[in-house]
Design a protein around this ligand. Sequence first.
Ligand SMILES: [Zn+2]
Length: 251
Amino acid sequence: MIYGMKARKIGNFEVSDCPCEHCDGISNQEISVFGRYLHFFWIPVFPLGRKVVSECTHCKKTIPKKEFSRALQQSYEKNKSKAKRPLRHWFGLGLIGVLIIAIIIIDANVEEDPRSALLDDDMNLMTENPTMQSDSISYKIKQAFDELTAEEMDPSEFEYFTKVQNNKVLILVRIPELRHVEKEARNEAMTIIRGVAAEQKDLKGKERYIGVQGFATIMLIQTPTYTANSKLALTYELYDFYGPKPETEEE
Ligand SMILES: [Zn+2]
């Protein structure tokens, strides 16, 4: 087994003149304490309690702690602090602790791009039913998708949002089934969106930031400087719609 429980003796001490129930003699008993631990690839990960046994030095009979006589029990309680686990039984816990601290330190140093929250807010505004009054570009993109979408997909589940800001336009579409669409066919969704945008007079000369989200992630991206059709498309490439990354104040 590459993982499991192991035990090592971590202490032992003799109790003199203790009656033995098996050989009926008064002899010495040797109490042994084992430290159990979980190992993974034979490396101790963390401790799992103790196992305590007593052995009669005369008849060699061993008994577990739950069968200890009162005298043995008292002697164990008095001496048990002598049995100490080696530090390495905590090796795994220590390693996990070091990793967690490292992650916290790294996380604190990698500051979040505030534009990420702006994009999240806009993603949340996507709707299945954009109207001509509220969002005419999305309305037209929806019309195009309703007309052109292959039969296997249900365009009534698609969501849309468009935002014009200064000389830029952000177009967001969500196609839940997008990840099941072949890569080549996914490009057609981008072609439809670009075609509608090209016909919009009020978008003329504006920089386009287009993102198409699948079930969870944005898979299709087109910006003035970046194009992607991949499950690993870089969402942050859309952040430039909101302007350059704000400078953070030096501490
Ligand atoms: Zn005995």
